[in-house]
Design a protein around this ligand. Structure first.
Ligand code: 8X3
Length: 246
């Protein structure tokens, strides 16, 4: 039986992935900050799920996570899902504390955990699946730091493949557009009405859409590496260039 480690398993794409992988016969280590959410998943998924309270900003906790041994000591697939966006704001109007949490979580924590887990992943000839975003490729106003962290995740994924050449470890960057999860709620400070308004009439992707995709990527045969995968709802596309006339 294979084991995957999913960060940010408390909600959204992470929780849906935990369910999808468990249903496909994987054992799942799920991490997050909200312990009661993880316990709820454990009640649902039973002994196939190991909940671990881990904050991606706590580098010591990430090292401990990578040192897990015994029954849960093997990791065949790392799903770096934990991530968030600061409130939409031009950088000149942004709050540093909010940006720092995002940088620490989306970039520093992701790199630290991946690096710490590589010996296990190499031993397992496993895979790393990183959650980037379309925001890493296509700029929009008010998302400079968020988009830049996701561009980092994409390029980190591609270049990590080079470092891992010959090990059999596969690396994928998943780049979703609009998916209706708690993402927007977190971004806008908990305003459910604003989140509902953003997704209204858009038929956005769901956490389950993404979980199915991630499971599909993880289930490809060992000779096949999906480098990057960009997904959008059919009703989302590109806005073009803005002009600022004098
Ligand atoms: C977020 C994607 O399209 O909502 O990662 O900016 S989008």
């Amino acid at each position: 039986m294979k084991t995957c480690l999913i960060t940010g398993a408390t909600a959204g794409i992470g929780a849906a992935s935990a369910r999808a992988f468990a249903a496909a016969g994987w054992r799942v280590i799920g991490t997050g900050r909200r312990v009661e959410r993880l316990q709820g998943l454990q009640e649902e998924l039973g002994s196939a799920f190991l909940p671990l309270a881990v904050d991606m900003q706590d580098l010591g906790a990430l090292e401990d996570l990578a040192r897990l041994d015994g029954e849960w000591g093997t990791v065949d697939c790392l799903i770096n899902n934990a991530g968030l966006a600061p409130p939409m704001a031009d950088l000149q109007d942004s709050e540093w504390d909010a940006l720092k949490v995002v940088l620490d979580t989306n970039v520093t924590g992701l790199v630290a955990l991946t690096r710490a887990l590589l010996p296990k992943l190499i031993a397992a000839r496993g895979s790393v699946i990183n959650l980037s975003s379309v925001a890493g490729t296509y700029p929009y106003r008010g998302g400079a730091v968020y988009g830049a962290t996701k561009a980092f995740v994409r390029q980190f994924s591609l270049m990590l493949r080079n470092d891992l050449a010959g090990t059999g470890v596969r690396v994928t960057s998943i780049e979703p557009g609009m998916a209706e999860t708690e993402f927007t709620l977190v971004r806008n400070g908990g305003d459910q009405a604003a989140s509902d308004a953003l997704y209204a009439g858009l038929d956005p992707m769901t956490a389950e859409d993404l979980a199915e995709t991630i499971l599909w990527v993880a289930s490809r045969p060992p000779h096949l590496n999906i480098n990057a995968l960009e997904l959008m709802p059919t009703r989302q596309n590109w806005a073009g260039f803005a002009m600022n006339r004098k």
